[in-house]
Write a protein that binds this ligand. Sequence first.
Ligand code: GCU
Length: 619
Amino acid sequence: MKMQKITLVLLALLCCTGLFAQNNLISNTGARKSLSLNGKWQYIVDPYETGFYDYRYKELKEDNPDAYWNTDVQVNKTEKKEHGYIEKYSLEVPGDWNHQQPEFTFYEGTIWYKKSFDMEKAAAGSKYHLYFGAVNYRADVYLNGKKLGMHKGGFTPFNFEVPVSLLREKGNFLVVKVDNKRHADEVPTLNTDWWNYGGITREVKLIETPGTFIQDFVVQLKKNSTGKAPDKTPEVEGWVKLNQAPAAGETVTVEIPELKFKTSVPASGQTTALKFKLPKVQLWSPESPKLYTVIVSTQSDRTQDKIGFRTIEAHGIQVLLNGKPLFLRGISIHGEIPQEIRRAYSEQDAVQLLHQSFELGCNMVRLAHYPHDEKITRLADSLGMLVWSEIPVYWTIDFTSEEVLGKAKAQLEEMIVRDHNRASIIIWSVGNETPISPVRTDFMHSLLTRARELDNTRMVSAALEVNYNALNDKNIVDDPLGEFVDLVAFNEYLGWYGGLPDKCRTTNWDTPYHKPLFISETGGDAKGGFHADSLTRFSEEYQEWYFKEQVAMLKRMPAKFVGISPWVLADFRSPRRNNPLYQEGWNRKGFYDDKGNKKKAFYVMKGYYDEMKKKTLKK
Ligand code: GCU
């Protein structure tokens, strides 16, 4: 009993100190001096984790020559070396391993990655940080035989400080043990409707900073500081966080040259609050995605970012962007390039996904079900696409576990720290289709509360559960979690997972919450190019019919209906979809097929969006 109590206290401590969340995450790394470590890495595939455990399955000691983080150079011919990294076994970084080698298509386990690199002599007084855009799922990171740290979470960034003494000008030996095995007590858990791509899926770089540097900052407009009321002058409320306490007399300066704006305040500790008005600022919106160069500096450091200024809020049953009602013409997207059956990571990938969304007539994308690459949120900023960003608290997470809550909070914090200066992001979502229970609602409520603590300038939400038995012809979104979100969002598949599409004609939707209502998913499978009568499932005609009925129903939604993000932009890989004729490991609910061809349903949705766009413009 006593032991149990101690464990519980320790776990609680771990959670509240955010020990899971690495509170040294550096944001805006693109503006930092860095050495890219992208490119070819050598690898060892290690399903038995022989490089980590001894034959008694005990973790190998750091200096054990058999450990795969230790150099593979054979010192003398008598030495028995049973591991090594050679060019023949190479993988591209960034990139998932599944699409790079046929034998890795279904591989879930450990692969060791090794990168040797030279660098300029480490500058005295500088700090060095190994930064990873994302590694799916668990990453154990070693440099020159020393462990730098471990990170869990497949879709968010992390960095480890590298002691200068560990760095060499020649022959640095960087090893990452990547393990994408699924576990019940992880986030996501065992079961997902997407492919568990493994590997170092986003960029890797060695960042150089001054000893005391700007680790993170927020320069965003205070909620509801724009809009009609005469005294509404756009007002920034933000802060600048240093990596450590500043030297005496340190000041924090924010400049926006294009607005001839500059302000300096004395540093008030590791984090210094910012508050100032920007009367002349041109507000960011999808129609005019205006970005400003914002320079943040101290006596010892300087960084800059491209930032758009806008306000977003749920106001009664409306969503207001810069004080004006907004209708969300959305689409749900997976971080995948179907043509190459791989995870998306490049600028070009982001251009493809947003271009396809614009073609559909969208002004919003739901990046499902995990934080996507930073390139797509930055591109959304510059192209004017609104973004819903989500952490993979998906389906049956272990809601009873404090430890799992800690893991979810860590991913939430990493998602928000990376992107809290992105004007495009208007919604932080803490999860999708989580089954209702008191322990689940507490878990999710705790995440929503944490999201608000981390960022009170955006809406928070989640894809909620629907009560299909509430009333005869009315489905009610009365999920108890609805009380704590800003936007009441729900998924519905009327005509695919329930009945035929014409069921829409007699169905209505509502929620008891006096809040904006949003459909975060709806859709049906169609194999691209398969044509038949509209009653034939998996045909393009069935999907087309599905959306015709949906669109007609959307026109009868209550006044609080503010938009939709159908499921899904393009067909995507899923291990749960095994109809041998029409699916073959693909979820076929895309408006685009896996080759990038538009399906008939595309034109139904585009037609509806063009209509809604005209309506909005008239107002
Ligand atoms: C679910 C889920 C998606 C899934 C989709 C489907 O609602 O949120 O991840 O792919 O429905 O069934 O196709």
